[in-house]
Design a protein. Structure first.
Length: 90
């Protein structure tokens, strides 16, 4: 996911929202592994944060996490570190 948010207050809200869903790769770029239900939930949350006439959020589907997702991304310079999703029992 990538976003361009025009207002600093909404930008901070979007950053906080996205940190709950994925790995922060660069500025406004996040790598998220989402189920179809989670995509619907995050779209609902995004809709409540953005101004639809000023902001833009791109959701880019790279395929299933265990499929071609990692092979679809290439890094020049520092390698892309994709963290696996795992549960932590407290």
């Amino acid at each position: 996911m990538s976003y361009d948010i025009a207002d600093p207050k909404r930008l901070r809200r979007m950053l906080k929202l996205m940190r709950n869903w994925g790995d922060h790769l660069q500025l406004s770029v996040f790598h998220c592994e989402l189920s179809p239900d989670e995509i619907i939930r995050i779209e609902t949350e995004i809709t409540s944060v953005i101004n639809h006439s000023e902001d833009q959020v791109l959701i880019i589907y790279l395929g299933p996490a265990e499929g071609r997702a990692e092979s679809s991304m290439k890094a020049c310079g520092r390698p892309l570190l994709v963290h696996g999703r795992e549960a932590t029992v407290v």
